[in-house]
Each structure stands twice: as structure tokens, then as C-alpha cells.
Design a protein around this ligand. Structure first.
Ligand SMILES: [Zn+2]
Length: 105
């Protein structure tokens, strides 16, 4: 085996393993929270972040927050603290937005 080949294999192995080891972080704000939600929680598939108003998925996979047994999508980890500061307000925005989006179909 040549040195170049071994170097190439090591590089490939690193590229494959790095995301699994969390070397690249996660989410747009570097926050990577793994949360467990209630088993009977309702998933609100809102497409717009109720905090920032941005479309979810544009800035990464987004994050999820549970409030009153409903799981809401937020565009990024930076919106979690804002959501948690007034979950009543932001969950209502997401509920209304989700209902409005449903009526369009
Ligand atoms: Zn955000």
C-alpha cells in the first residue's frame, strides 16, 4: 500500500466519523439538544418558526419544543430561549399559522 492511499483512507474515515462524533456541531446556532417528548404528544408540523418568522429547514434541520403536550418546530436553537420565555404566545402563533396553512390546501 502506498502512503497516499493510506492517507486517503484515513481522510475518508475521518469525514465519515466526524459528524457522528459531533465534531461539526449541530444546528445553525451550534446548539444540539436531544429532547424526549411525551409519547402522546401531538406534533404540530408548523413550517414557519413562531419566534423568528423564518421558514424552518432553511437554517438547518431546526429544533423542537414541547408545550402543553404539543411539539412545535423552531428554526434554530437560538429561538428556544425566546419560545420558553413566553410559550403561551409563541405556541399560539404556531397553532394559528399551522391552521392557516392547512386551510390553503
Ligand atoms: Zn431560530
Amino acid at each position: 500500500m502506498s502512503k497516499e492511499l493510506i492517507f486517503g483512507l484515513v481522510l475518508i474515515a475521518l469525514l465519515v466519523l466526524a459528524p457522528r462524533l459531533g465534531l461539526f456541531g449541530g444546528g445553525c446556532c451550534g446548539l444540539n439538544r436531544t429532547k424526549t417528548f411525551s409519547t402522546n404528544a401531538i406534533y404540530i408540523a408548523n413550517k414557519i418558526c413562531p419566534v423568528s418568522g423564518r421558514q424552518i429547514g432553511v437554517m438547518g434541520p431546526g429544533v423542537q419544543e414541547e408545550y402543553h403536550n404539543k411539539v412545535y418546530h423552531l428554526c434554530c436553537g437560538g429561538c428556544i430561549s425566546t419560545f420558553e420565555s413566553d410559550p403561551e404566545k409563541y405556541s399560539k402563533i404556531a397553532d394559528d399559522q399551522f391552521k392557516a396553512a392547512k386551510n390553503n390546501y
